[in-house]
Ligand binder design. Structure first.
Ligand code: NAP
Ligand code: MG
Length: 398
């Protein structure tokens, strides 16, 4: 059998710990026997980021802009203990944050469903996809702990020196204060990314904010979405037979618990951070969640939604075989290969990605799975395997 040829390289972004151990096994067993894999490799392992003063992360993001599609492994976001563990020069920023800021994206997270794992919410039959805005709000805030309180104000001084200010409150006791922002251009990109994704997946999309309380901030999200929908997407949605629905965030949450799924749930940054974990956990596991960053300029970065699975890595270092679930990593690869195939018109690459996805599902539905899934599946697992044996079982079916 001749291997499937690629035209353009994928930007391959490697990471840390247990997911770094699984990465080459997935490539070797599941992809390279079938695809003449072309990648441009960026090592975002902790050591390399430290050595290059994090320049490697910026280079990787720019490579995605150059080629269009990247696949990223999970990476450590260093905190104080990590600085000691890896003798780092400093607490480098989150690589995901850096890449998202450069690509100006929206993150879409979609659960992978199998018939032997039932969602905790009994009405959910189809995936609920969470579309999370990845810029601003509390993730780029300023905060003050004011011991004696005081006159709390927000103030904007524009480049001509004009000042706009508002008093929040004048208060005489210890107070906490937070200032957040977003930009209209980022909100517009967010809206377009969500509407494009809905059209691509042919699913309705729902958006909710707290616009009744937040009459400038959240209402601007609401109005910007409305405007872009009416002027750019309404006809396309009608033609595709799908809907855009806006309501208060409380109402969305209530409706989500009663719906049967098959929708894109558009969330502001913090809502998406929290709600995507709730949705992932209710559908089974973070390791059964795909994640893609879509930029308004048409760049795509595929990744797993989970981290580097640190606890498993320490067991691995002691020589133990771990039952770490590689499904989200495999789907990151198939997502990237399929998109590359679409962009370059390589039908075989798209269909290979579909078959690999299907092989993964077939193995799990046959009762062979990693420990995390065995704990929640019904009927009971026939065989609980380590990561390598699980990947081998997929390779055999493939
Ligand atoms: P984690 O890697 O998501 O793992 C947390 C726990 O979830 C694991 O201990 C494991 O539970 C379970 N789990 C997650 N993925 C699994 C998988 N594929 N198979 C089986 N079980 C899985 O989070 P963490 O260990 O708290 O964080 C480790 C590092 O990851 C941190 O340094 C953090 O900065 C980084 N991180 C990176 C990303 C990213 O790059 N996208 C995202 C989040 C976190 P059990 O131990 O009970 O088996
Ligand atoms: Mg979160």
């Amino acid at each position: 059998m001749s291997k499937i040829q690629m035209k353009t390289p994928l930007v391959e972004i490697d990471g840390d710990e247990m997911t770094r151990v699984l990465w080459p096994i997935i490539k070797k067993k599941l992809i390279m026997p079938f695809v003449d894999l072309k990648t441009e490799y960026y090592d975002l392992g902790m050591k390399k980021r430290d050595e290059t003063d994090d320049q490697i992360t910026i280079d990787a993001a720019n490579a995605i802009i150059k080629y269009g599609v990247g696949v990223k492994n999970a990476t450590i976001t260093p905190n104080e203990p990590r600085v000691k563990e890896y003798s780092l020069k400093k607490q480098w920023k989150s690589p995901n944050g850096t890449i998202r800021a450069i690509l100006d994206g929206t993150v879409f997270r979609k659960p992978i469903l199998v018939n032997n794992i039932k969602p905790s919410v009994s009405t959910w039959k189809k995936p609920i996809i969470v579309g999370r805005h990845a810029y601003g709000d509390i993730y780029k805030n300023a905060e003050i702990f004011a011991e004696n309180g005081g006159k709390l104000e927000i103030r904007v001084t524009d480049k001509n020196g004009n000042v706009k200010s508002e008093t929040i409150i004048d208060i005489n006791e210890t107070t906490i204060v937070q200032g957040v922002h977003n930009t209209i251009s980022s909100i517009k990109s967010f809206a377009r990314a969500c509407f494009e994704y809905s059209l691509d997946q042919k699913v309705d999309c729902w958006f909710g904010t707290k616009d009744t309380i937040s009459k400038t901030y959240d209402q601007t999200f609401k109005k910007t979405f409305e405007e872009i929908f009416e002027t750019e997407y309404k006809e396309k949605f009608t033609a595709a037979g799908i809907e855009y629905f806006y309501t208060l965030i409380d109402d969305v949450v209530a409706r989500i618990m009663k719906c049967d799924g098959g929708i894109l749930w558009i969330c502001k940054n913090y809502d998406g951070d929290v709600m995507s974990d709730m949705v992932a956990s209710a559908f089974g596991s973070l390791a059964m969640m795909t994640s893609v960053l879509v930029s308004p300029k048409g760049y795509f970065e595929y990744e797993a939604a989970h981290g580097t699975v640190q606890k498993h890595y320490y067991k691995y270092l002691k020589g133990e075989k771990t039952s770490t679930n590689p499904v989200a990593l495999i789907y990151a690869w198939t997502g990237a290969l399929r998109k590359r195939g679409e962009l370059d018109g390589i039908y075989e690459l798209c269909s290979f990605a579909d078959r690999l996805d299907k092989a993964v599902i077939t193995v799990i539905e046959s009762g062979v799975m990693t420990g995390d899934l065995a704990a929640i599946c019904n009927p009971k697992a026939k065989q609980v395997v380590n990561s390598e044996d699980f990947i081998q079982a997929i390779a055999t079916i493939l």
